[in-house]
Design a protein around this ligand. Structure first.
Ligand SMILES: Nc1ncnc2c1ncn2[C@@H]1O[C@H](COP(=O)(O)OP(=O)(O)OP(=O)(O)O)[C@@H](O)[C@H]1O
Length: 618
């Protein structure tokens, strides 16, 4: 067997294990992703069939794919992507069997779904009156509650026409069905529909499930503690008691997405009961230095074996007077490290790109961001890559126009486009008709480009390059914004085109909605990220700030207690174990609250066991 990466004997044993269900239950940094990747490599050497690898982010999938890039024809031999990406693929090929005459468009924006639920509320008599008389804030909560309900129904995989068998509340059934009807008449779906439709396809058309089942030699799932009900049931429907080569790798202590319905029980209990897998455990952390590991052990005493850790590393926990002092302390420490340039524990030189600052929530970074700008320290904010968000008004208009071109049934975005252009004729025909009466100017030019785009997108690059090179605007900043947006669009198109044989604008748009067209890029400067977004990643040097109680754990989790609080502790364990060599944890003793008053804070309840040896630095 040839593997690229160095493996420990325990890891090697898993990689070359016999066929059959496998569950790797392992702690942070123990090499789960490495083992999964090398297992795929090993299996591809054994079979000519495809392997299905499911991840929870496109980035994780792309990283695994890149590590296997040396395998001939890897793209056709490995289907790697998210559950949503896999479902999109299945529905594109077989959706007609669940009544989809063509692949629906994904309404990925929360703002769109909020507008649709409001339309559904307006058509549900028993909710309409209550809604109309509410304050703006209560109306917004009403909309969110409606969307949460719809998501929960879909995640339970209840078919549209079966909901009345699950509740006696006729109004809520009507609301749900109205929302689904509105989506359907616009040939649109939301993210949860992708799973629901694919599940019902596999259940109602067993031949299609069998087709996929036979084409995959094995199914491998990374970060399996993040599985939710619909994902697990989809897997069961695909395997149908016949497919045994299923591998799950995961760590119950890193379960942090309970709020989206995920639970480690699907991996830890249901998979174990349903498949009786061979269970392997990996507990040696290969990622972190001695001091980081010792600190992680305080958070999770039952975890963290020490592999052959030779790096000493650093760990500090600091209480600081307030948020400003906290930000200043971090800035000084960053400067000190970067000026040092080299340290025995860090491979290569110490640069901004090797440093990440983590926090529970984005708002915690406010003071630090100001200080970073003041000190001219470059930084980037790490986000889960979603669809493109254009900055310029002009390209926002293009986004609307493209939606209408590829989906003429899309009334929601058509109405927005007409409003933007000041057109009152709501019966106006298609995009060609709209472009013909749009006032002369850049907007009209852009609409005409959209009309002239070939359905396979083959002229997109040419048309947009020409448009970009001739853009004029009164304000230079506006011009630059449009050019940046066009370049962004062209980058997404290039990524899509590189990976796709039968290209179409329609598929391009859906791929963007699912975040599949982003390039894996190394960002410049220090990385700022919430812990949730940093899952599965690692940095040489990690700062974790804002560790006052009720910031981390979040005050809502403190209020709710139970599983919410356990998940906060898991989240902290994830945060600590992202650090390879140095970890600095800080908390402000005073914080300015959203209502404008300063409030004294306590150290996070999870850090109390570190004791009083951590001085307050003024
Ligand atoms: N046998 C090994 N020898 C040396 N380094 C290893 C070994 N196994 C894994 N590593 C390294 O340890 C780090 C963690 O590995 P990996 O990301 O696969 O762990 P993980 O269990 O998926 O982590 P997490 O769950 O915390 O995200 C990586 O830098 C990886 O290259």
């Amino acid at each position: 067997m040839s593997t690229k990466a160095q493996l420990s004997p325990k890891q090697e044993q898993i990689v070359i294990a016999e066929d059959g269900p496998i569950y790797v239950k392992a702690s942070a940094g123990s090499g789960k992703t490495r083992v999964l990747t090398e297992r795929i490599r090993y299996l591809l050497g054994k079979t000519k069939k495809q392997i299905l690898a499911l991840t929870f982010t496109n980035k994780a999938g792309e990283e695994i794919r890149q590590r296997l890039e040396d395998i001939p024809e890897i793209n056709s031999r490995l289907f790697i992507g998210t559950f949503h990406g896999f479902c999109q693929h299945v529905l594109e090929n077989h959706g007609s069997l669940v009544g989809l005459s063509k692949m629906p468009h994904i309404f990925e924006e929360e703002a769109d779904r909020l507008e649709l639920i409001e339309q559904a509320i307006a058509q549900t008599p028993s909710y309409r009156d209550e809604f109309i008389n509410q304050s703006k804030k209560d109306q917004q909560n009403f909309r969110y509650r409606g969307l949460d309900f719809i998501a929960s129904v879909k995640r339970q995989l209840i078919a549209d026409d079966d909901l009345h068998n699950h509740t006696n509340d006729d109004s809520i059934v009507l609301l749900y069905q109205t929302y689904q009807d509105i989506l359907r008449t616009q040939n649109a779906i939301d993210f949860d529909d992708l799973l629901l439709l694919t599940y019902s396809l596999f259940i109602n058309q067993p031949k299609i499930a069998a087709l996929y089942r036979r084409s995959f030699y094995a199914i491998c799932i990374d970060e399996a503690q993040d599985l939710n009900n619909s994902q697990y049931k989809l897997l069961i429907a695909l395997a149908n008691g016949e497919h045994k080569n299923i591998m799950m790798v995961g760590d119950p202590n890193q379960s942090i997405f309970h709020f989206t319905g995920s639970s480690p029980d699907f991996m830890d209990k249901e998979f174990v009961n349903d498949f009786g897998p061979t269970i392997f455990k990996l507990n040696d952390n290969y990622r972190s230095s001695k001091k980081v590991l010792a600190a992680a052990k305080v958070i999770r005493p039952e975890n963290e074996g020490f592999a052959d850790v030779v790096k000493e590393g650093e760990f500090e926990l600091k209480g600081l007077e307030d948020e400003q002092v906290e930000a200043k302390w971090i800035i000084n420490k960053i400067k000190e490290l970067v000026e040092l340039q080299y340290h025995n524990d860090i491979e290569g030189c110490i640069c901004y790109e090797k440093i990440a600052v983590l926090a529970r929530n984005k708002y915690v970074f406010n003071k630090l961001e100001l200080a970073l700008r003041e000190h001219n320290i470059p930084y980037n904010y790490k986000m889960t890559p979603g669809a493109i968000k254009f900055e310029s008004e002009l390209m926002k208009l293009f986004d609307l126009a493209l939606r209408i071109k590829i989906n003429p049934q899309d009334v929601l975005h058509k109405e927005r486009l007409l409003k933007y252009l000041g057109i009152n004729d709501h019966n106006i025909g298609d995009l060609t008709a709209i472009a013909s009466i749009a006032p002369i100017g850049l907007e009209k030019q852009l609409l005409e480009i959209c009309v002239n785009l070939n359905v396979d997108g083959s002229n997109l690059k040419n048309l947009f390059e020409k448009f970009r090179d001739n853009v004029v605007a009164d304000d230079e900043n506006d011009r630059k914004m449009v050019i940046d947006d066009i370049n962004e669009l062209l980058n997404h198109w290039a990524n899509y085109a590189k990976k796709t044989d039968n290209k179409s604008l329609h598929q391009f748009k859906n791929d963007m909605a699912l975040g599949k067209t982003h390039q894996l890029t190394q960002h410049n400067g220090i990385t700022l990220s919430t812990v949730h977004t940093m899952k599965g990643q690692e940095f040489e040097i990690v700062f974790l700030m804002g560790m006052d109680d009720e910031t981390f754990p979040d005050y809502r989790a403190v209020r709710n207690g139970g599983i919410d609080l356990t998940q906060e502790q898991n989240n902290l364990y994830v945060a600590f174990t992202r650090a390879k060599r140095f970890l600095y944890v800080t908390w402000p003793k005073k914080r300015l609250m959203p209502w404008g008053d300063p409030k004294f804070r306590n150290i996070s309840r999870f850090l109390k066991s570190f004791g009083d040896s951590y001085a307050v630095v003024k």
